[in-house]
Design a protein around this ligand. Structure first.
Ligand SMILES: NC(=O)c1ccc[n+]([C@@H]2O[C@H](COP(=O)([O-])OP(=O)(O)OC[C@H]3O[C@@H](n4cnc5c(N)ncnc54)[C@H](O)[C@@H]3O)[C@@H](O)[C@H]2O)c1
Ligand SMILES: [Zn+2]
Ligand SMILES: [Zn+2]
Length: 366
């Protein structure tokens, strides 16, 4: 059994998204079919639309979605039709060394959670051409067909257009602070880039009890939002001569924890160079794959650290319900992060606004 659904398809790289009617298969034994209710626009999809990172095409992009379970395969016990869920790209097998050592976000056994080679594709065009699902999710569609280990169940009270943001941006930004860097109370923090990911990191730093949360961006509007969400000091990078000096001045010698949430060489190096003794810089942004970063060797003698973070080092089945609780009790601000609600047809306009740096987060509702 296959159904027709509308989705935003990337047909070439670089290229725009095209709204097409696709066929979506029924669930295999371990799969779940979802009715998508909210899909957030993350900058990572834009990197693929621009061809900065390679992707299989044609593909349905989108990896920040929440919805309602419509049908489940015969082995699925975790969810049932009617359950509310958030999807996550960190699909875990539960059997490999990464999964079993507490790092399911680094699962390196995708075959265990994919359809066997040679079986029917989950998505096809009307003429039968297979269509890939970005991140094995494909969130920019009316429906999604995913492995059950790509989902977490959440409480019905949680609005699904807000829950969607937890699927990538919130988990990535908060997880970088809570899990990757493990920022303790009383820390000094700087977040470079106050888009969806950066604003989530800023909120996590506030919740973690950081005493100072310095925010760097090039947009005064973003910096104002950042202040409302927990930033204690702001630096407009386009209005100072030297971002690193500006942050060092604000902290009396450098920060303990910095986070880069853009994906550039210059800002990644700034994140490292603004550290005080023993500080840790965490690069969250997707830096182009061939781009080299330069740091001074002597800084390592001062025990400064540079590290990456993938999807906030999450354990999403337990982390995401906690984030839902923090939203419902008012600690995690999501409404303030949503600049616009769009229809699927407006998706390219949404990405154009992101490219111009005008928006915090945008969400598609169906
Ligand atoms: N590590 C991961 O697992 C992971 C997950 C999701 C997203 N990402 C990456 O995180 C990055 C941020 O994503 P997003 O959705 O928040 O993007 P976004 O476009 O919403 O935000 C980027 C922000 O950076 C600011 N900015 C741009 N250039 C700047 C500069 N030179 N100095 C200071 N500020 C500058 C922009 O004004 C904007 O506010 C992207 O590279 C994305 O691919 C990584
Ligand atoms: Zn993302
Ligand atoms: Zn695994």
């Amino acid at each position: 059994m296959s159904l027709a659904m509308k989705a935003a398809v990337l047909n070439s790289q670089p290229g725009p998204l095209e709204i097409e009617e696709l066929r979506i298969d029924g669930p295999g034994p371990d799969e779940v079919l979802l009715q998508v209710k909210g899909a957030g626009l993350c900058h990572s999809d834009l990197h693929f639309m621009e061809g900065i990172f390679r992707a299989k095409v044609p593909a349905v992009l989108g990896h920040e979605s929440a919805g309602i379970v419509e049908a489940v395969g015969e082995n699925v016990r975790y969810v049932k039709p009617g359950d509310h869920v958030i999807a996550c790209v960190s699909i875990f097998c539960g059997q490999c060394k990464q999964c079993l050592s507490g790092n399911p976000h680094r699962c390196n056994n995708p075959a265990a959670t994919s359809r066997p080679r040679g079986s029917a594709p989950r998505l096809t065009k009307q003429d039968g051409t297979p269509v890939d699902q970005f991140g094995r999710l494909g969130g920019f569609g009316e429906q999604m067909l995913v492995h059950q280990n790509a989902l977490v169940k959440i409480v019905d009270e949680m609005p699904l257009d807000r829950a969607a943001l937890i699927g990538c941006g919130i988990t990535t930004g908060m997880g970088a602070v809570f899990r990757t860097a493990k920022v303790p109370p009383g820390s000094t923090v700087c977040v470079i880039g106050a888009g969806g990911i950066g604003l989530a990191a800023i909120q996590a730093a506030r919740i973690a009890g950081a005493v100072q949360v310095i925010v760097v961006d090039v947009s005064d509007e973003k910096l104002e939002t950042a202040r409302q969400l927990g930033g204690t000091d702001v630096v407009n990078a386009s209005k100072v001569d030297d971002v690193v000096e500006a942050v060092r001045d604000l902290t009396g010698g450098g920060v303990e924890y910095s986070f880069e949430a853009i994906g550039l060489k210059q800002t990644s190096e700034q994140a490292f160079n603004m550290l005080g003794l023993g500080g840790t810089a965490t690069v969250i942004g997707m830096v182009p794959s061939k781009q080299m970063l330069e740091i001074r060797g002597i800084d390592l003698l001062q025990e400064k650290k540079l590290q990456g973070s993938m999807m906030g080092s999450n354990q999403f089945r337990t982390d995401m319900p906690n984030m839902v609780s923090m939203y419902l009790d008012g600690r995690l601000k999501l409404d303030e992060m949503v600049s616009a609600t769009l229809s699927l047809e407006q998706i390219n306009e949404g990405y154009a606004a992101m490219k111009r740096g005008e928006v915090a987060r945008q969400v598609i509702t169906f």
